[in-house]
Design a protein around this ligand. Structure first.
Ligand code: SF4
Length: 442
C-alpha cells in the first residue's frame, strides 16, 4: 500500500519538474499572472464501468478486459498534444471523470499528472479530483490514488436507500457508500464530495430528506444534489414507458430540491451553484472554471473541451469533442497524437451566451469585471438595464442587477432555466443592435 508521504514526494517532484521547466524556458512572468488564454482546467475521461446503471446515458463502456497500458499511453499522448495545440502554460485543476475512473489504476492517474507537470506548470496545490464509485474503491486503493497525486474525491453515493440503489442499478449498497465515505474523509480530510440524487420514481419528500439528514451526519464539506433525468435509451426510461415504474413527479422533485437546499443552508453549507453546496470554503475550483467560462481541455474518449488553439486568430475559442468509442479513439491518438472528432468555432455572441448561462448558475453570478473580460464594450447595464422584462424579474425578487453585477437571488437560482428564456433573447437583441451587420458565426 502506498503511503501518504509517497504522495507528497510524487506530487512535489512533479511540481518541481514543472518549476525547472519554466526556468529552463525562461518563462519570466509569474505563472499566476498568465493571461486567460494560457490557463486551463484539464478533464480526463476514463470510459469504462463495471456495469451499466439503469439511468445512465454517459459515454461509458462495459469491457471484457481493458488494455490499460495502451489507454494510459494514449491519455498521456493526447494530454501532451492538446496542451501543445492550446499553448496553455498553466493547468489549474485536473478532474478524472467517467465512466468510473476509480477503476483505472493509480499508475495511470500518476502518468497523466506527470505528463501534464512536465509539459506545463501544474502548481503543487492544484485541485486534482477523482470520481469514485464505492465498490471500486476500498481504502487501500484510495490511498494509492492519493500517492498518485489525487487530492480530492467525488463519491457517486446517489442514495442511502438500498432499494433505490437497486432501482438505479448501482453496484454498491448504502453501507458500502458510507464506508467509502468514512475512508475517504480519513485520507482526504475536507476534500471529499458526495453526489445525492433526487426525483426518483416513487421517491417521496419526507424519506428523501431523512436520507439527506443522515448524510449530513457522515459527509465532509461538499455535497452535490442532482435531479434524476430520464434519458431515452436507458433501462429506467423503458421501465417508466412500460408502466413498470411510475414516472418521476417534477413537482415532488422541485419540493425536494427546495427543502434540501434549505436543510443544507441550515447546516452551514453555501449553495454556490445550482446543484453544489460547500462549507468551510470547500468549493470545487475545477467546476468553477466551467461556470466562469474559463478554458478547459478534454482528454479521453468523448471528452469535451473549450479552448483557443494557438494561432487561430479568426475566432476566439472553439469547442472540441473527442471520438467517443475507446478503441477508435486510441487508434486516432496513436496515428495523430489526438482523437479530436469535432471542432466547432465559437463566435463572440455564443461565448457571451455561455458566460451568461454558466455564470448565473453560481451565487456570485456575473460581476461587471468578469463580463468585461469577454465583452469590453457592451456592459451588463447596456444589455439588461433598460429591459422591461428584466425589471419585472428584479421586482419579483428573482434577479439582481447592481454595482456588483448580475446574479440570481436564492429564489431565482431554483428557476434559472425560466429566467434564461427571458435573458438570452435580451442579450441577442442587444448584440444585434450593437453590430448592425454581424459577421457569420459572430
Ligand atoms: S457508474 Fe456512472 S458512468 Fe458508469 S454506468 Fe453508472 S452512472 Fe454511468
Amino acid at each position: 500500500m502506498a503511503l501518504p508521504g509517497a504522495r507528497a514526494r510524487s506530487w512535489a517532484a512533479a511540481a518541481r519538474m514543472a518549476q525547472r521547466r519554466r526556468h529552463a524556458q525562461g518563462a519570466g512572468e509569474s505563472p499566476s499572472l498568465a493571461p486567460r488564454s494560457q490557463r486551463a482546467a484539464l478533464y480526463v475521461h476514463w470510459p469504462y464501468c463495471e456495469k451499466r446503471c439503469c439511468y445512465c446515458n454517459f459515454n461509458k463502456y462495459i469491457p471484457r478486459g481493458v488494455e490499460e497500458a495502451a489507454m494510459r499511453s494514449c491519455l498521456v499522448t493526447e494530454a501532451q498534444t492538446l496542451l501543445r495545440l492550446s499553448g496553455v502554460r498553466r493547468v489549474e485543476s485536473v478532474f478524472f471523470g467517467g465512466g468510473t475512473p476509480s477503476l483505472a489504476s493509480p499508475r495511470t492517474v500518476a502518468a497523466v499528472l506527470e505528463a501534464v507537470a512536465q509539459a506545463t506548470c501544474l502548481p503543487a496545490d492544484s485541485e486534482v479530483t477523482l470520481e469514485v464509485n464505492p465498490t471500486s474503491a476500498p481504502g487501500s486503493r484510495l490511498a494509492a490514488f492519493g500517492a498518485a497525486g489525487v487530492n480530492r474525491l467525488s463519491i457517486g453515493l446517489q442514495s442511502l436507500d438500498d432499494t433505490e440503489l437497486r432501482l438505479l442499478g448501482r453496484t454498491h449498497s448504502a453501507s458500502n457508500a458510507l464506508r467509502t465515505l468514512a475512508e475517504a474523509r480519513h485520507l482526504f480530510p475536507g476534500r471529499v464530495s458526495v453526489d445525492l440524487m433526487l426525483g426518483l420514481p416513487a421517491q417521496q419528500v419526507g424519506p428523501w430528506l431523512g436520507q439527506l439528514r443522515e448524510l449530513l451526519r457522515h459527509c465532509d464539506d461538499h455535497i452535490s444534489l442532482y435531479q434524476l433525468s430520464l434519458e431515452r435509451g436507458t433501462t429506467l426510461f423503458t421501465q417508466v414507458q412500460q408502466n413498470a415504474l411510475p414516472a418521476p413527479d417534477p413537482e415532488i422533485a422541485a419540493e425536494m430540491y427546495q427543502e434540501g437546499r434549505a436543510v443544507l443552508r441550515e447546516a452551514g453549507f453555501r449553495q454556490y451553484e445550482v446543484s453544489n453546496f460547500a462549507r468551510n470554503g470547500a468549493l470545487s475550483t475545477h467546476n468553477w472554471t466551467y461556470w466562469q467560462c474559463g478554458q478547459y481541455l478534454g482528454v479521453g474518449p468523448g471528452a469535451h473541451g473549450r479552448f483557443m488553439p494557438q494561432g487561430a486568430g479568426g475566432y476566439i475559442r472553439e469547442a472540441r469533442i473527442q471520438t467517443l468509442e475507446p478503441d477508435n479513439w486510441m487508434k486516432e491518438v496513436m496515428l495523430c497524437g489526438h482523437g479530436t472528432r469535432k471542432r466547432v468555432p465559437l463566435g463572440e455572441l455564443e461565448l457571451l451566451e455561455e458566460v451568461l448561462a454558466m455564470g448565473l448558475r453560481t451565487d456570485v453570478g456575473i460581476t461587471h469585471q468578469h463580463w468585461q473580460q469577454f465583452e469590453p464594450q457592451l456592459t451588463l447595464w447596456d444589455v439588461f438595464g433598460a429591459s422591461t422584462e428584466v425589471k419585472v424579474l428584479r421586482e419579483q425578487g428573482f434577479l439582481l442587477l447592481d454595482h456588483r453585477g448580475l446574479r440570481c437571488s436564492w429564489e431565482g437560482l431554483a428557476v434559472l432555466d425560466s429566467l434564461l428564456l427571458i435573458l438570452l433573447p435580451q442579450l441577442q437583441e442587444a448584440w444585434q443592435q450593437r453590430t448592425p451587420s454581424p459577421v457569420p458565426g459572430g
